[in-house]
Design a protein around this ligand. Sequence first.
Ligand code: AVJ
Ligand code: FE
Length: 433
Amino acid sequence: MNDIKERIAAELIAVRDRSLTYTEAEDDLLVRQHSPLMSPLVWDLAHVGNYEELWVLREAGGITPLRPEIDDIYDAFKTPRKDRPTLPFLGPAEARRYIEGVRGRVLDVLDAVNLEDAGEHAPLHRDGFVFGLVIQHEHQHDETMLATLQLSGQPGLVRDGDLPQGRADGPEEVYVPAGTFLMGTGTLPWAYDNERPAHRVDLPGYWIDRLPVGNRAYAAFIEDGGYDDPRWWTPEGWGWRRNSGVSAPLFWTREGGAWWRTRFGRSEPVPMDEPVQHVSWYEADAYARWAGKRLPTEAEWEKACGWDPAAEQARRYPWGERNPGPDLANLGHRAAHPAPLGAYPAGASAYGAEQMVGDVWEWTGSWFQPYPGFRSFPYKEYSEVFFGREYRVLRGGSWAADPAAVRTTFRNWDYPIRRQIFTGFRCARSELV
Ligand code: AVJ
Ligand code: FE
């Protein structure tokens, strides 16, 4: 096996270990629905196996379907999440057997294929793309499973860990001078279709927060009456605020004059020096207006994160090409929460912005739209069907995102009302002239 095949095999093993860890619970917890926003955990588990069967075995490997009769059950477009408990999905033991059977054949395909000359299947196999696709897909579902586990309120299921200390000093904002940069990528082999093609974008100068907005600052917004003042909210945001009755981030409660949160089944004081998470786009947008700022556009976010103005090229990570070690970013579920603000000075971008990847996904002010020259690959339902004015773009990746599915060009998206995801934000403002 050559280097790339060894890396793929290692990544396949790592992501499967992760999925199995998140589904070690008793059967009842796995088959139950914990929120209408989420699938039963065992659905996610077999869905990643079915996706792997579809893409690696059938499409790229030309192998006859193993279990075509279950395809409809695991087609995310056929049944919305809220209705998935009614599906005749595989039980935990059968799901584990199914995904293991698929995986064995996937490793056979990997072993046998010539990645650089796979005949009619070449586009899927080039640079191991189809394996990258299923590895990233499974990691994304693992993050979804963590959101489900958080919503379940069940203690003792999710591993925690230690993170670096925060750092209080440093400027509030960094300046990004006017000029063009290259947005998106034409070279990263495992990038999704929505990250392509690379294209020049010209931006005026702007300021962007050095760090994500912290719980202390967010609590000040609440205590200043931010949830009760329509001046800070868009009309849709204000409508959502009134109908939902929301008055603090999801999982926060007020007890004895202090803020508490529940995290994976346990109650704890809100750590004031961590980035805020579990806020909707509407809340992020309102906070930014209260602070005299706005959310960064997606282009502003990406330039501040990934562009190296001296080298005139984009970096894979804010600090460069090096893999995200524990001194650089809080990724890959090292702990089950964001790191304190200022914990990763070594992970700063060329412009000095910190914690751009890891800790929390960050809402941007942009709708999820195609880049100029976008071409769907390998299927329309990954990105294309979501383009428009329904979903807001999220950037950076949370503590629960794996480095395999994080890069400066990576795009995530969700409805502006969603809060169960591990999402926060930072603010920006235009240069005053
Ligand atoms: C890109 C995170 C919005 O979870 O719905 C999973 C990723 N696509 N299976 C999602 C995805 C197909 C997607 N998000
Ligand atoms: Fe999926």
